[in-house]
Write a protein that binds this ligand. Structure first.
Ligand SMILES: *[C@@H]1O[C@H](CO)[C@@H](O)[C@H](O)[C@H]1NC(C)=O
Length: 260
């Protein structure tokens, strides 16, 4: 049997304030909190012997949207240290003038003191939010356990979105969003003949969180995940051999490949 243990980290990252850096301010405070929180969940996933831990979209955001390279470096460090693969999405842009030193070295080496932030402070000051609008890429990546290598990455597109803007006119039923995401994920697993993982942020329903992070497979449906919107780590074991049966049975891939 070819199995995989997936950890869904339905976490609640701190939302970074959109504001100018104030003189003497710790400009990376929110990001640091989210990075330390991320470390805590990677550690939990490793303790559960997960092969891969999946984080929600936008789980790291803020000023260093522009410096995603340094965020990825930190995640690579976690993937190496805890020997677990990490999947997530970070918004980043192509900015050539970024400071080359990581603002997070002290988080990686516990003995190291905080890096000199002056360069970053100057950069943020020179590029304030309201007149710095680079093209942003919502980039998903897969970082390998042990080596910490970024094995793959792609700029993702949304599973669904347009309903958001018309929600208030249509007064959708309370579980509309959860149900549609769940059915679309199931359909995608089926039509792509894959194990399909969706990871959402967790939090209070009254604050708009829907949770519902889960894993779907053809021939199985939903194989596990979070029960509701609460913050939690859900462990889901999947048998990848089932995909071979699905591909033999439905031949969706075979059909698609034969027509291209
Ligand atoms: C990392 O995990 C893999 C897969 O479980 C295992 O084969 C390998 O020995 C582990 N490496 C270390 C350094 O623990």
């Amino acid at each position: 049997m070819s199995s995989m243990r997936i950890a869904l980290a339905q976490i609640c990252p701190v939302v970074a304030p959109v504001a100018l850096a104030i003189e003497g301010d710790d400009i990376f405070e929110v990001l640091e909190r989210n990075l330390l929180e991320t470390k805590r969940w990677v550690e939990k996933a490793a303790a559960e012997h997960a092969d891969v831990v999946v984080f929600p979209e936008y789980f790291l955001q803020g000023l260093v949207d522009n410096g995603r390279q340094h965020l990825t470096e930190y995640l690579s460090h976690l993937a190496q240290g805890f020997n677990v693969s990490i999947v997530g999405t970070i918004v980043h842009c192509v900015c050539e003038d970024l400071p080359s030193t990581s603002p997070f070295t002290h988080l990686m080496l516990s003995s190291s003191s905080k890096p000199d932030m002056e360069q970053w402070r100057q950069y943020v000051k020179a590029n304030p939010g309201q007149n710095h609008s680079p093209k942003l890429h919502n980039t998903a990546f897969y970082i390998e356990a042990g080596t910490g290598k970024v094995l793959d990455e792609f700029v993702k597109r949304n599973l669904w979105h347009p309903e958001r803007t018309i929600d208030k006119h249509h007064a959708n039923p309370p579980r509309y969003e959860t149900e549609i995401l769940s059915s679309l994920s199931y359909a995608r697993a089926f039509e792509t003949e894959t194990v399909w993982i969706m990871c959402n942020a967790g939090g209070l329903a009254k604050d708009g969180y829907i949770g519902g992070s889960s894993v779907w497979m053809p021939l199985k449906g939903k194989v596990g995940g979070c029960q509701n919107e609460n913050v939690e780590l859900a462990i889901v074991d999947v048998d990848l051999d089932i995909l071979k049966d699905a591909r033999t049975l439905y031949k969706i891939r075979a059909d698609r490949d034969s027509t291209t």
